[in-house]
Ligand binder design. Sequence first.
Ligand code: OOG
Ligand code: NI
Length: 453
Amino acid sequence: MTTPSLVSPDEIRDRFSTAMSAMYQAEVPQYEALLALVEEVNRETLARDTVLAERLDAHDELNRLNVERHGAIRVGTAAELAMLRRLFAVMGMHPVGYYDLSEAGVPVHSTAFRPIDDAALARNPFRVFTSLLRLELIESDALRERAATILEARDIFTAGARELIALSEAQGGLDDEQAERFVAEALETFRWHRDATVDLDTYEALHAEHRLIADVVCFRGPHINHLTPRTLDIDEVQRRMPAAGMTPKEVIEGPPRRDCPILLRQTSFKALEEPTRFRGEHQGTHTARFGEIEQRGVALTGEGRALYDRLLTASREQTKGLANEPHQRALAKSFGEFPDDEAALRREGLAFFEYRLTDTGRDAAPERETDLEALIAKGLVTARPITYEDFLPVSAAGIFQSNLGGTQNDAYAGHANKGAFEDALGAAVTDELALYAKREAASKERVLKALRH
Ligand code: OOG
Ligand code: NI
């Protein structure tokens, strides 16, 4: 029953992320300033580093640079999460990865809704880090029940959004006019509401339990709490933030600066205190929304990731309490044993690569060699790093913490519970490592097959 006039999910996602960015710039003017700063630094970096510019261009990364974004939201119930899954599916965004933040003292677990296949990622990789509040981690029975009752009473979706999601599922997509309406209706779920749904006492009681709980429970919807453009030089943006009127988070999260960037480095400007009206005519403020930047590097294999996790944990003692510059120096030292050239990352199986034929390879006579490193040495094949498209739980916890007042919360007793998360979601999350591995394997197979003729 598909009609020929359907718009692709990639197109809907592209329109939605553009609309979301415009809305957030209007709501949070500092985000507009952050975008300008990132754009300026990206431009300077590309002008200075022509090798990088050529490489990004060759890898189809340049055109997606300016649309590159992720956002984050937090919801309160299984029903909200399950409906979000259906909403994001309309835009070709599917749940990838499971992140447990409870160990870092944040009572949520999360996934990232994102495009999966190469063409979709190249078009617009917009992702939304989505967290589900774990009410079961609230110790007080009375408070937990109060929060649950408040959440049960709200509907974070418009009637129009619900209808269009159902329509998209029934007809296998949306036509142009329906897609336009869908973007407008879906956007409503992510809008900021300065009116809380509760009185100040309730807000304060929930806030005292955990600031995040107040943020999720006391409002009509899961306001987008940040958007994140992609920078080519995160250290420089961090340095320039104060002069541009932003207070940066103390340290950049993730791996240190390297010649071959790995995974993901992130920093943010601190959340703003915004005027809020509570029931009973009380004025107050709520602090939730901020801006973030990210710099992405190569995706690591299970082995590479284990090495990353080990070195990061080991660096804790050395970096504790340090300001960003000394923190980065200490981190770089701790990461000394992580190979920093592409050939080593490949040979040691630490990172994922995509293999392609070179021009010589395309013209070559049938080739019997099947060892990729030998084929690279012969000039027949090249390998390019596969960009990491996901998130890092330790970094995410750091971003949460710095925007929840900076104070460290103790770990919650509850542990990772992927099963419960998937039950709430109504679907399994895709394993991110499997996606990268599949992409690498497919590229190897293509190359070897082409060389055999
Ligand atoms: C999400 C924080 C995590 C990231 O980029 O790691 C995150 C939140 O504050 O809701 O966005
Ligand atoms: Ni983020």
